[in-house]
Design a protein. Structure first.
Length: 259
């Protein structure tokens, strides 16, 4: 199985940086993002409506790059988690994780026996259609797979210590929009209440040897989030990066043309 370089960076105490893909389901998007220098990308199924067939094609385009492809599945369901891993995802992000029981179900779906209950199929996309020793492939897949549980509700925050202590879960990823909404302070990202909630997640991660992750909407926010203690950062997402760059250039050209 391919080594998960993002997981290796985390184990070495480094901070991998990547981005989300929500809109541009084109064959070149992974290579474009890889050329920009990202460590990982997250293909999103929660908010895009993309089918597993779309995700399968997108995952296939990452195999010629050094990127670590992750997929955010829409729900904690075995069918989503195991199928996406079989298609070549090197990690899974699951939204709205609210209990240790749910975290255990995620780990069980993603790991082969004896750790979990993932069904076995080899010589397919996830192992590059190759032969080889099955025992080694199982061991490698269980070792290299990266599991990210999203903390984005009051219930998830209340159970964050138990979720962080769950074997197999590597990253607790804050969904700050949903968390702020669940807390009754929608979009108030600088509120003391939300900052305290983030600190609580970071503390649980440190206690249990896990990593705190989050999306940074812009560079200034990213600096602050790293200082706060987040160790896995997504810089925005494809549509917002494109829109912001285009808007900035168009505004500047318009000012120059009309000055």
């Amino acid at each position: 199985m391919r080594p998960n370089t993002t997981k290796s960076l985390l184990a070495a105490g480094k901070t991998p940086v990547g981005t989300f893909v929500f809109e541009f389901n084109t064959p070149g998007i992974a290579r474009i993002i890889a050329e920009a220098g990202a460590d990982f990308l997250v293909f999103d199924m929660e908010h895009t409506g993309w089918s597993v067939e779309t995700i399968r094609t997108l995952l296939a385009t990452t195999r010629s790059t050094s990127l670590v492809p992750l997929v955010r599945v829409p729900a904690t369901e075995y069918d989503f988690i195991a199928r996406v891993l079989d298609m070549g995802a090197m990690g899974i992000m699951v939204p709205m994780v609210e209990s240790a029981e749910q975290a255990r179900a995620i780990a069980a779906a993603a790991k082969y026996p004896p750790i979990g209950r993932r069904g076995a199929a080899f010589g397919i996309a996830h192992d590059d259609y190759t032969g080889g020793d099955i025992v080694e492939k199982i061991s490698s897949a269980n070792r290299e797979g990266l599991l990210l549980a999203q903390i984005e509700t009051v219930a998830g925050l209340a159970n964050v210590d138990a979720i962080a202590s769950t074997p197999g879960i590597d990253v607790l990823w804050i969904g700050q929009f949903d968390l702020s909404i669940s807390m009754g302070i929608p979009g108030q990202f600088t509120s003391p209440e939300l900052i305290a909630a983030m600190d609580r997640v970071i503390a649980a991660c440190k206690k249990h040897g896990k990593v705190a992750g989050i999306m940074a909407p812009d560079l200034a926010s990213g600096r602050d989030l790293i200082k706060q203690g987040f160790r896995m950062i997504s810089y925005s997402g494809d549509l917002w990066v494109f829109q912001a760059a285009l808007r900035g250039a168009l505004d500047e050209l318009r000012k120059l043309a009309n000055s």
